[in-house]
Design a protein around this ligand. Structure first.
Ligand SMILES: [Zn+2]
Ligand SMILES: [Zn+2]
Length: 420
């Protein structure tokens, strides 16, 4: 019979990788809370319209990457391809506009896109995201960029850079779009088939193409920041002023547009030293028209999201050491005559807050100690006839073989006092 494998483009996170995941999630949540953000969880699937209306018909995500399905009631649903639209749907549904604004929310969630796995992309990956909803103030754009930046720094990632741009608003973007169309029309012969087919529908996306020839054409293209209306120009100048105030180093990148249609004004990405925009580990921007696309009143918002798999692989590639695990890992070994005392002690240690397991399977004491070693335990507790009689189990340091005998009543406190 054929055996099963995880679906293409998905990955199991096995126990040896979990310390990285825990570290990343813990740092992420700590930073979000320090910036005043509160956690929200939304379902892994939504009515498909939530995403189609906001992300945009002509984007890669909606055209070919969404996991669409009809539920048994015939409703068109989609697995979440990104987090922001769901959070905005929840903001509207729960009347959060009546709360003091802005409402600051963060989430940790899997997202699903039918990507090409051969390009190293996952079909299910995990994101941390933060959204500040209900306020137009440019201080929030800068806050979100700063939050993302401090998150990566807190993980010890090195050599990252911030790219920023402003895409303007409904008022000033049409003129910019026209300038782009006029420019690209004269250079289309030099560009890739994807760009040629996108040219009519979504000329902004031509700036974002990763093809070398297209990058060269895009570099000389008109810049959105030269076409901003007065309000957008002042807004962007103010974002940049806050970034300077907080001493963040950033590059203005006029080719930065992001792959979703809902962005207005500020967009940004954070990139690791190798690979540039191909390996962006996080990004976001402002989306002042998104709530209206969902049927709400005009409600501004700004946010960012970052893929956790990419962070974990960057941590592993940069060889970043994780903070040491708390406390020792204890393995309880025993002779048959001390079995009941061993299992009583095991429960006492666990309830007292010590990580402990006991040998199982009826092995000899020697074999139990080999197991403790093979499992990387830091301490073994040995209960033989003598220890049973004296009420003082032996504690063996597995790193050097040194042993000391500790009265049962003091054992939990003794083990909790050890660093590992
Ligand atoms: Zn504008
Ligand atoms: Zn191209």
């Amino acid at each position: 019979m054929a055996t099963f494998k995880a679906p293409r483009g998905t990955a199991d996170a096995l126990p040896p990788d979990q310390p990285y995941w825990e570290f990343v999630r813990r740092q992420g949540e700590a930073i979000c809370r320090r910036y005043g953000y509160r956690r929200i969880d939304t379902p892994v699937f939504e009515e498909a319209g939530v995403f189609i209306r906001t992300i945009g018909q002509d984007t890669d995500i909606v055209e070919k990457e969404m996991y669409l399905f009809k539920d048994r009631g015939g409703k068109e649903m989609s697995l979440k391809p990104e987090g922001t639209a769901s959070v905005c749907r929840a903001y509207l549904e729960h009347g959060m506009s009546s709360l003091p604004q802005p409402v600051r929310l963060y989430y940790l969630s899997p997202v699903f896109r039918y990507e090409r796995p051969q390009a190293g992309r996952l079909r299910q990956h995990h994101q941390l995201g933060a959204e500040a909803l209900g306020e137009l103030d440019p201080a929030l754009d800068a806050e979100i960029i700063d939050l993302a930046w401090r998150f990566y720094l807190s993980l010890g990632l090195q050599g990252l850079s911030i790219q920023v741009n402003s895409l303007g608003c409904l008022k000033c973007r049409p003129a910019y779009r026209q300038a782009l169309v006029a420019y690209f029309a004269s250079r289309l012969g030099e560009m890739c088939p994807d760009c040629r087919s996108r040219f009519d529908r979504n000329p902004l996306r031509l700036l974002d193409c990763k093809n070398a020839a297209c990058i060269a054409v895009g570099d000389e293209a008109p810049r959105s920041t030269d076409h901003l209306c007065l309000e957008c120009g002042q807004h962007f100048a103010s974002v940049v002023r806050y970034l300077n105030l907080w001493e963040l180093t950033y590059n203005l990148d006029h080719r930065l547009v992001r792959g979703l249609d809902y962005y207005t004004r500020t967009v940004f990405e954070i990139q690791p030293p190798e690979g540039g925009s191909q390996s962006t580990i996080g990004g976001g921007g402002r989306y002042d028209d998104l709530m209206e696309e969902l049927g709400g009143r005009p409600t501004p918002g700004v946010g960012f999201a970052t893929g956790l798999e990419r962070i974990v692989s960057n941590l592993q590639r940069q060889g970043i050491a994780l903070p040491a695990a708390l406390g020792p890992r204890v393995y309880v070994c025993y002779l048959e005559e001390a079995r009941d005392e061993a299992f009583r002690l095991l429960a006492e240690l666990r309830h007292g807050g010590v990580e402990a397991v006991a040998a199982v399977g009826g092995r000899s004491l020697k074999s139990q100690l080999r197991q403790a070693d093979a499992q990387g335990m830091s301490r073994a507790i040995i209960l033989g006839g003598d220890e049973l009689k004296s009420g003082c189990p032996m504690v063996r340091d597995m790193s050097n073989g040194q042993q000391q005998s500790i009265p049962t009543g003091q054992l939990t406190a003794f083990l909790k006092g050890l660093s590992g």
